[in-house]
Design a protein around this ligand. Structure first.
Ligand code: B3K
Ligand code: ZN
Length: 876
């Protein structure tokens, strides 16, 4: 496939200031008339040909300024339209009529059908499946859209911008027009037509303008959209208050569809959502679902400024909108919920998804320099690490200058297609700081590691910290430069309080942040007669790994007392990881594994604390996932030993604290009322963590079965079901609960996704056959991305022992599925195949099986560009 390179960027010769589209909708023969005002860019030679992008386009007619083009004066292939000698006038009108079959579109890019409705997805390069266009984000156009449809089939007709005229046509057809005054790139185009129910509301902006809000869902599901609407209004207010950003159209619409390749899409004024991230009520959605809905509604809304008003010059700049918008949605959730809990959750996500990417064959910089298939770059690195980089800019500048920089960004680049350089420059300009070394975070792939050692000299009353940074090699980048790493820290005294230390040398230290800029720093703190416990990377100020052989006593002090709650959590999690790695090693060497009793004790103190909130306690008591432990071990991974170690540690903590955990579980009992708010969700989270421990301690399914039967909401029901299937697989209680769940929710695909998910996680060799059997369930379909992700995605990413079965049967199953999905939906098959990304860190037998399966996929005929790209990079 073709390789696209950042350095090859050049502006388009042609512009399209105005686009007028008319759709005549039909499932099999949708007609599209595109009337484009084409303008030669100043300075471009008159003889320059016009070349428009297409993807599978069937051309019916073409004219220039109303005159049909002679055959031979243009060349139209499904992939491209070329007019070798366009008119000499600076600007002309090009009219293109094409036809497309939405019902045959299984790739879910361009215009397609979902649940009997028409909808579109154009990012990144889907618009070229609708008509020929300059389908690149730096070509901004003002769109007018007219939709014609049979009223009986599609009473609702939506597009971007503000509504215009609408009315009846002959033969039961009708039409609606939409006009979007804001110039936008084609990837933000959207159209929806069909029969959906509307939940309507209103928002008054900071300057007093009324905005009509609509959320469109399947008939009968209106009640389930109430939370999303609430979240939307809170997002709109928050962006005004926090960033001074006001909404800019008369209407804001959200449509929920059930066939969607990702979470949601920020089309101007018409967000299209995976219904999983809109629909929720107590009976059908968990607290995690509610939190995701809040975050994604906010994320897409925030794109209106970071993405739509200011868009990307080219797709290499994807993190310009995505990293920044993730940063904004994280901030929103932190403000609406609990900052410490949000931070811990975000870092867990980063480590679970971005770290393995950065440490494996798919590693790439936050701003990549080359790609073959852009759809494969909507990654955790671009999104989550991209957000961390924005967070570090704020840490370096301070909140005030950061806000001034954002203000300048909006002022300077509104209406433009910008670059990462533009973004970094505004912060340099407002602060007078040099961020050139810092910019390596955008350009250099890999997770930096800090090797830390500490020495205390009681006589001199000094503490010396030696910190050496290194970035491991990544594909195509063997030599790395030293980065600017803002490392927040604290020195904690024996009483648990922070010690102020004003005399530091060896690195710049500002407001509790060490600025590492060289490969090696020797940092000396003076006036410390006693050795404090060193709390490093507070708040996770930099996305790095740290190797620091810190004395156990210090780590326990931090796990009990660190004033920074993120770091307190980190200290406890670190102790758990240490114990798990040791136990996994012992189990593999067939030796007895020992667990220090203090660990259980700290867990108990954490649960009993009066000061800590339940959501924090729940996170603190959750053991690192098997994949986390595998990542920390790093090589020669044996998933079975890791699972055994994890069960061992969970059992030790459960048994040591059995009584106390039972009473905590009981004290948090559901008293009937239900609210999805963060505090209530935190209590449920803690109760459900306790349920797992209590189930382990009692070695009985009784309490979980009781919780299942009495559950008043989906959070408690799904948690009980999952404890039953994990801890007592095959028991009468588990079987009964699974059957009950299916009987209750069999007709609700989104809820059945949980049922698939819970069974996909249950560990061990039996998982392969279980997943195969579930694939024949009537509720399952390889055609729907949500189903595939729930069953197959969960199995391959969250079931380490099941997927990495030593005989390779799990890999073969994934290959089979990826190859059968690939011809229909390449984005989905490519995403599935990323489950192989850490194959090289497995122990030898599994590694060889994984290699064989990957090679088999690679050799299969007619792979999509998407899947080929992932498989080839993974094997390279
Ligand atoms: N911008 C979209 C993602 C589009 C993915 C295209 N393959 C959703 C988001 O990040 O908000
Ligand atoms: Zn986004």
């Amino acid at each position: 496939g073709q390789v696209f390179r950042l350095e090859d960027y050049r502006p388009s010769d042609w512009l399209i200031p105005r686009t007028s589209l008319t759709f005549r909708l039909d499932p099999d023969r949708t007609r599209v008339v595109a009337e484009l005002t084409i303008e030669r860019r100043a300075g471009v030679a008159v003889s320059t040909p016009l070349v428009l992008d297409g993807d599978g386009i069937a051309l019916l007619a073409i004219s220039v300024d109303g005159v049909p083009l002679e055959p031979g004066s243009y060349e139209a292939t499904p992939q491209q339209l070329t007019i070798a000698a366009p008119p000499r006038a600076r600007s002309f009108r090009l009219t293109i009529e094409t036809e497309t079959a939405p019902s045959a579109n299984t790739a879910l890019m361009g215009i397609y059908r979902s649940g009997g409705n028409y909808c579109t997805q154009c990012e990144a390069e889907g618009f070229r499946r609708i008509t020929y266009f300059l389908d690149r984000p730096d070509v901004l156009s003002v769109y007018k859209v007219r939709i014609e449809a049979r009223r009986a089939e599609a009473p609702l007709l939506l597009a971007n911008g503000n509504p215009g005229p609408a009315g009846e046509l002959a033969d039961g057809w009708h039409f609606a027009e939409w006009f979007d005054p804001h110039p936008k790139p084609s990837y933000l185009f959207a159209l929806v037509a069909g029969d959906l129910a509307e939940v309507a509301d209103e928002f008054v902006t900071m300057s007093g303008r009324k905005v009509r809000l609509g959320i469109f869902v399947e008939h009968g599901k209106q009640d389930r959209a109430a939370y999303a609407m609430e979240a939307l209004k809170r997002s709109m207010r928050w962006d005004e208050e926090t960033f001074g950003r006001e909404y800019d159209l008369d209407v804001f619409n959200i449509v929920a569809v059930s066939d969607f390749n990702m979470g949601a899409m920020e089309n101007k004024g018409l967000n299209i959502f995976n219904d999983k991230y809109v629909l929720a009520d107590r009976e059908t959605a968990t607290d995690a679902d509610f939190a995701n809905i809040e975050a994604i509604i906010a994320h897409e809304y925030f794109h209106n400024w970071t993405g739509n008003r200011i868009t990307c010059r080219d797709w290499f700049q994807l993190c310009l909108k995505e990293g920044l918008t993730v940063f904004r949605d994280h901030e929103f959730s932190a403000d609406e919920r609990s900052r410490a809990v949000e931070r811990i959750a975000d870092v867990r996500t980063l480590r679970a998804h971005q770290f393995p990417e950065d440490q494996g064959p798919l590693a790439h910089p936050v701003r990549p320099r080359r790609y073959r298939e852009i759809n494969n770059f909507y990654t955790a690195t671009v999104y989550e690490k991209g957000s961390e980089v924005v967070g570090m800019i704020r840490t370096i500048l301070g909140a005030e200058d950061f806000r001034r920089g954002m203000d300048l960004y909006f002022e300077r680049h509104d209406g433009e297609a910008a670059t990462i350089e533009d973004f970094v420059k505004v912060f340099e300009d407002v602060s007078g700081r040099d961020l050139s070394q810092f910019s390596l975070w955008y350009h250099q792939a890999g997770t930096p590691n800090l090797m830390v050692s500490a020495a205390h000299d009681a006589n001199a009353a000094t503490l010396t910290l030696e910190i050496e940074q290194s970035v491991p090699p990544t594909p195509g980048e063997s030599r790395k430069k030293a980065m600017h790493i803002p490392l927040a820290f604290g020195l904690v005294g024996a009483d648990g309080n922070d010690i102020a230390c004003s005399s530091v040398s060896g690195a710049t230290v500002e407001n509790g942040v060490i600025h590492l800029r060289k490969r090696r720093h020797v940092i000396r703190f003076e006036g410390l007669p006693e050795r404090p416990a060193i709390s490093l990377n507070r708040g996770f100020s930099a996305p790095v790994t740290i190797a620091f052989d810190q004395p156990l006593q210090e780590r326990m002090l931090l796990a009990r007392n660190d004033g920074d709650l993120f770091s307190r959590w980190q200290a406890l999690t670190g102790l758990m990881s240490g114990a798990l790695i040791e136990a996994a090693g012992a189990i593999r060497g067939r030796k007895a594994a020992k667990i220090a009793p203090e660990l259980s004790q700290i867990c108990l103190e954490t649960v009993r604390s009066q000061a800590l909130e339940p959501a924090y306690k729940a996170l603190a008591l959750t053991l690192p996932a098997e994949a986390d432990i595998a990542r920390e071990i790093g090589s020669n991974i044996d998933p079975d030993a890791i699972l055994s170690a994890r069960n061992l540690l969970a059992g030790v903590i459960a048994t040591a604290n059995a009584d106390s955990f039972v009473s905590t579980y009981e004290s948090l009992a559901d008293t009937g009322g239900y609210s999805p708010d963060a505090a209530s969700a935190g209590r449920r989270a803690l109760r459900n963590v306790m349920l797992d421990y209590v189930t382990l301690a009692t070695a009985s399914p009784d309490i979980a079965a009781r919780q299942y039967r009495g559950a008043g909401n989906m959070t408690d029901r799904a948690a009980a079901l999952s404890v039953l299937t994990m801890r007592h697989p095959g028991s009468a209680e588990a079987t009964e609960a699974l059957a009950d769940f299916e009987a209750r929710f069999g007709n609700d695909p989104l809820v059945m996704d949980k049922w698939f998910q819970i069974q996909a996680i249950a560990p061990g060799d039996g998982a392969v056959d279980r997943v195969r059997a579930l694939m024949t369930h009537p509720g399952f379909s390889l055609g729907n991305p949500n189903r595939v992700r729930s069953l197959i995605g969960t199995y391959t990413t969250a079931n380490q022992t099941g997927f990495h079965r030593i005989d390779g049967a799990g890999y073969e199953l994934l290959a089979e599925i990826a190859l059968s999905v690939d011809p229909k939906n390449p984005q989905l098959s490519a995403r599935l195949a990323t489950a192989f990304r850490s194959w090289r860190s497995l122990e030898e037998a599994r590694r060889e099986r994984a290699r064989a399966t990957l090679s088999r996929i690679k050799a299969a005929p007619a792979l999509s560009a998407d899947l080929r790209d992932i498989v080839e990079r993974t094997l390279a």
